[in-house]
Design a protein around this ligand. Structure first.
Ligand code: DX5
Ligand code: ZN
Length: 215
């Protein structure tokens, strides 16, 4: 069953706990937390302090999508704040292997994310070290962008490789995921759909239910 992971980036932050509870009621499987540092991406969002406070609102698993240059410095903080999965980008300039090891050592699951211009080839060698691959289908930094269609080929490539190697890695797709393209993304091989604007614009519970019907 394909999972739905709402990204709170498009939520109303003045009532974040309510928004998260709507996600739970609608049947969300996990929550996607977009952490941005203004360096790796041209935007700043939130960090462990906010994650720790929303941890009290729900038991849903938290996936912290770290769009930051030095995730290695903060793994402990993100785990202590209540992140179950920590996803880091392949494009960072420090040793990915060390960061992934650190995530596992602190007891969290690890994900590796790739930007639209990064080929799947560049993360192939990490597929036996992670529980998730996050395929970005927009340029990271902002919600509300359009899905980049070329991503479908990358999802298929990742699916084929993961299946051919009998790996357990789950494929998450992030950016521009809407109800109208969800089926194509699932057919290409996605296990998890991440969506911000398609969930938090309008009625959150209804939006998630519609995604669940497609899934
Ligand atoms: C973009 C973030 C995404 C974003 C998705 O940098 O990683 O998670 O919130 O937003 P939508 O679903 O609106 O494209
Ligand atoms: Zn994200």
């Amino acid at each position: 069953m394909v999972k739905i992971s709402p990204s709170i980036l498009s939520a109303d932050f003045s009532r974040l706990c309510d928004e998260i509870k709507f996600c739970e009621k609608g049947g969300a499987d996990m929550l996607h937390l977009d952490v941005m540092d203004g360096h790796f991406v041209p935007n700043i969002t939130f960090g462990p302090v906010v994650i720790k406070s929303i941890r009290k609102c729900t038991k849903l698993p938290f996936d912290a999508h770290l769009m930051i240059e030095r995730p290695d410095k903060y793994i402990k903080d993100f785990v202590n704040a209540g992140s179950d999965i920590i996803t880091v980008h392949r494009e960072i300039k420090i040793s990915i292997k060390n960061v992934l090891r650190k995530i596992h050592n602190y007891g969290a699951e690890a994900g590796i994310a790739i930007n639209p211009e990064t080929p799947f080839e560049r993360v192939k060698d990490y597929m036996d070290r992670v529980e998730y691959i996050l395929i970005m289908s927009v340029h990271p930094g902002f919600s509300g962008q359009s899905f980049i269609e070329d991503t479908l080929d990358k999802i298929r490539e990742a699916r084929e490789y993961i299946d051919s190697e009998s790996l357990e890695v789950k494929i998450a797709v992030d950016g521009g995921v809407k109800q109208h393209n969800a089926k194509r993304i699932i057919d290409a091989g996605a296990d998890i759909l991440v969506a911000a604007s398609a969930i938090f614009r309008g009625n959150v519970e209804d939006n998630i239910r519609k995604f669940k019907e497609i899934a």
